[in-house]
Design a protein around this ligand. Sequence first.
Ligand code: ATP
Length: 303
Amino acid sequence: MIEVRDLSKKYGTTTAVDRLSFTVRPGQVTGFLGPNGAGKSTTMRMMLDLDRPTTGHVLIDGERYRRLSDPLRRVGALLEARAVHGGRSVYDTLRWPARSNRIPEARVREVLELVGLAGVAHQRAKGLSLGMAQRLGIAAALLGDPPVLLFDEPVNGLDPEGILWIRNLMKDLAAEGRTVFVSSHLMSEMALTAEHLIVIGRGRLLADTTVAAFIEANSRSCVLIRTPEPDRMRAALAGVGVRVERAADGALEAYGTRAAAVGELAAAQGLTVHEVSTRQASLEEAFMRLTGEAAEHRAGGAR
Ligand SMILES: Nc1ncnc2c1ncn2[C@@H]1O[C@H](COP(=O)(O)OP(=O)(O)OP(=O)(O)O)[C@@H](O)[C@H]1O
């Protein structure tokens, strides 16, 4: 379990993280969502004591990170996959942290097998492709077989096969009862991977909810209507209590009704229609709406 309490971080005049409080529970994948610059990486760095909070604190299974003995056995993290050192081999990249955390060397071979890198164990880590470097970063996170795992944008730059592999790995790790916390700026990706969501914008908490509840609340559908008689159509719909909005391209959007009902109403009132179709608002749109104000503000020069 990860407990974030009243966590803030200021860099000069920039507030990267603004009084965040939330809990990440074991046994499920929790997605950490926010647009670029929302404060996700800063929050994750503070979880691992790599950055000092301006206010608040984080507890990993009830303790501050700096108080954990053998930290790699308590929490594993993938922050920047490219942060691999010099000319070391893939194997040695894992052997050193294993040794300093009293992890048996057999575990190095085990995690390399697990992430599919056993065949390149003696190649230089620096020469790995992005997908392989990402796998090595994940192997490092899994080295101590920790109950808590943090992944910062793990699918960035990966091909579809790599994305699917990481998605399944996270679900498997959560199914084993671990706490899995994974950041992304893509709602669509999290909808497929996570069960719970923490959404932030400009460092502030915007939502702490299940993915199912988020989808239920946000994937509103409407009926799109194109007609040369928009005013009459609006009046007819208003007459049966249907809320109508005008889309940017002049079409009408009717909420709380169905395409069949709109068609029947048009026929009954002798209205000409050119199109009646159902439109599903995507989760990505819901996410943009939720975080939009934050993103706009930043574009206005807060960075
Ligand atoms: N070391 C730093 N010094 C100054 N400002 C920083 C520093 N690290 C982050 N920031 C600022 O804090 C804010 C949050 O950044 P952060 O990297 O945590 O966001 P993020 O959600 O992880 O975004 P991204 O997806 O782009 O990585 C940004 O405005 C960023 O410019």
